[in-house]
Design a protein around this ligand. Structure first.
Ligand SMILES: NC(=O)c1ccc[n+]([C@@H]2O[C@H](COP(=O)([O-])OP(=O)(O)OC[C@H]3O[C@@H](n4cnc5c(N)ncnc54)[C@H](OP(=O)(O)O)[C@@H]3O)[C@@H](O)[C@H]2O)c1
Length: 290
């Protein structure tokens, strides 16, 4: 029987490709996307098309990861509608954006990529724990392997960084490291759920075009085409393979980090258990979970 799979950012890039691939395999996807007419129409069309071809269901639920209140509302809807959730894929993300702060005054990449989805996973626990083989998978980035921060005060400073000190790529890297760290820490706290983080590869999606604009898309097209031809850049569909592998594997070592369907050595800071615990406790405070 198909699984019920919650995917954030299911309207674009890897999230959309995952939604298509997983429903083609008969799973039911709950698409958590920004609540706007384009995203709604896209998911509704996919849902109609899937129905016509006897494929898995796709449902739309609005979420804005820039706002913890919206995360709470979306999670509330999910647990009310779906008694059991088998898999949560924390996929939505932004990279190297111009400086922006969220509704709760966190730096945008920190909250969208990490904090909001940390909250989401916790709020979905009532439905996740009803699944016999629950899994939580974070879409992370290889850049996290190079993260350097290993002190709570410095980590907290990145979350509320001032514009004058902001470095978009550094914030991206630390947000992705934190996802990976919490995947490892939560694996210990929730032994009945399997956690993993996945680097999808360098993937031809809208991620970079969103920041650098249409001119970047046009100018980079020949290079992207060449890089895809020689396998340096993946299509979004190809990038789904490790996620699908982990969803379909009966089991794997919880808290591990993956690339190209293989386990990969993570950043050694992940071995600093006390630091990970401090991040976890602070994240609970910031999200109102404690
Ligand atoms: N592409 C790569 O090479 C690459 C490499 C490593 C990791 N990744 C990771 O892969 C994930 C997916 O990215 P992608 O490459 O598929 O890029 P993408 O096409 O830009 O997709 C990003 C998704 O995140 C959603 N999102 C962004 N901000 C949001 C918010 N505030 N609230 C709700 N949803 C929000 C977007 O929704 P809207 O369309 O509504 O904005 C979109 O659905 C990201 O976490 C990224 O860091 C990508």
């Amino acid at each position: 029987m198909g699984k019920t799979i919650v995917i954030t950012g299911a309207n674009s890039g890897i999230g959309l490709a995952l939604t298509k691939v997983l429903t083609q395999k008969g799973n039911h996807v709950v698409a958590l996307c920004r609540d706007n007419p384009n995203n709604k129409a896209l998911i509704e069309n996919l849902s109609k098309n899937n129905k016509a071809f006897g494929l898995g269901k796709v449902d739309f639920i609005g979420i804005n990861l820039n706002n913890l209140h919206s995360v709470r509302q979306a999670a509330h809807q999910v647990i009310n509608l779906y008694q059991t959730v088998d898999v949560v894929i924390c996929n939505a993300g932004v990279r190297d954006t111009s400086y922006l702060v969220t509704q709760q005054k966190f730096e945008q990449q920190f909250q969208v990529n990490y904090l909001s989805q940390f909250l989401l996973v916790h709020l979905l626990m009532p439905s996740l724990t009803n699944s016999a083989g629950a899994k939580v998978i974070f879409n992370t980035s290889i850049s996290a392997e190079k993260a350097t921060i290993n002190q709570l005060d410095k980590w907290m400073a990145t979350a509320v960084i001032k514009e004058s000190a902001y470095d978009g790529l550094l914030s991206y890297r630390e947000s992705k490291f934190t996802q990976m760290a919490m995947s490892k820490h939560m694996a210990e706290l929730f032994p009945n759920i399997l956690f993993a983080s996945v680097h999808p590869g360098v993937v031809n999606t809208n991620l970079l075009n969103r920041n650098y604009g249409e001119w970047f898309k046009i100018a980079s097209f020949p290079f992207v085409a060449l890089a895809m031809a020689i396998g340096l850049v993946k299509s979004a569909k190809k990038a789904t393979e490790t996620f699908v592998h982990l969803i379909e594997e009966p089991t794997f070592e919880s808290g591990t980090y993956w690339f190209n369907k293989q386990q990969r050595l993570p950043n050694s800071i992940l071995n600093e258990k006390d630091y990970l615990k401090q991040i976890y406790e602070q994240s609970k405070k910031w999200t109102g979970l404690s």
